[in-house]
Design a protein around this ligand. Structure first.
Ligand code: C5P
Length: 229
């Protein structure tokens, strides 16, 4: 039997990361943040001064890039070509430019391969935009997390504050709206709510409420026993 996959898709700030990490930890599954992979490639392109219009160069760059997602207890890190970039990939500059990388099909194919690879050895909770539609159309549970844009901007503002970055909430709201529009409207792997995904609006829900709701959707009889990662 294939390893278990919980696919969590949704727009920025819907609470995917927070909720996915808690669920992974409760079930003993591996947590995989696919947005971090797109961000890591974007950061590399920025650092190497590659023009985002030059798809061929970006594809070559992606082929030669090593991305590792690591975890120690409840801390998650991102390693790009052997260097830790966990915080660097979260800047507004990277957030705004990721759509260039995310709309190049050969780059997505490289990342899909890496993402699918995790299932060979692990049961996983994977979050992103196209997990249920492209990465694992056969995921045992598909969830689409959403929230109103004002609430999502507030969450992003607080998240940045925690990282020591003072943001402007209005600016953040605009940036999130623009990013979502691009993610939903692009022709390659757009963010969509699939008919077989469970839709959860988290605007007025607390994190434990969202976690409980997702856990209640799991088919208990098919759930693997908790394993060490
Ligand atoms: O999840 P996060 O907000 O970190 O993702 C950053 C960007 O990466 C998204 O706005 C989207 O353009 C892209 N992305 C994607 N497909 C995924 C995950 C992220 O296109 N599975």
């Amino acid at each position: 039997m294939k390893n278990f996959v919980i696919a969590i898709d949704g727009p920025a700030g819907a609470g995917k990361s927070t909720v996915a990490k808690i669920i992974a930890s409760k079930l003993g599954f591996l947590y995989v943040d696919t947005g971090a992979m797109y961000r890591a490639l974007t950061l590399k392109a920025i650092k190497e001064h590659l023009p985002f219009a030059n798809e061929q160069k970006l594809i070559e760059m992606a082929r030669e890039t090593e991305i590792e997602l690591c975890q120690k207890d409840d801390k998650y890190g991102v390693i790009l070509d052997k260097k830790i970039v966990t915080d660097e990939i979260r800047t507004e500059e990277v957030s705004k430019a990721t759509h260039f990388i995310a709309s190049i099909l050969p780059i997505r194919e490289i990342l899909w391969k890496m993402q699918r690879g995790y299932r060979k050895k692990h049961n996983i909770v994977m979050e992103g935009r196209d997990i249920g539609s492209k990465v694992f159309p056969d995921a045992q549970l598909k969830v689409f997390l959403d929230a109103g844009v004002k609430e999502r901007a507030k969450r992003r503002y607080l998240q940045l504050k925690e990282m020591g970055v003072e943001g402007n909430i209005k600016e953040i709201e605009k940036e999130i709206e623009l990013r979502d529009r691009k993610d939903r409207q692009r022709s390659i792997s757009p963010l969509i709510k699939l008919p077989d995904a469970i839709y959860i609006d988290t605007t007025d829900l607390t994190i434990p409420q969202v976690v409980d709701k997702i856990l209640s959707l799991l088919p208990v009889e098919n759930l693997p026993a908790k394993t060490e990662k």
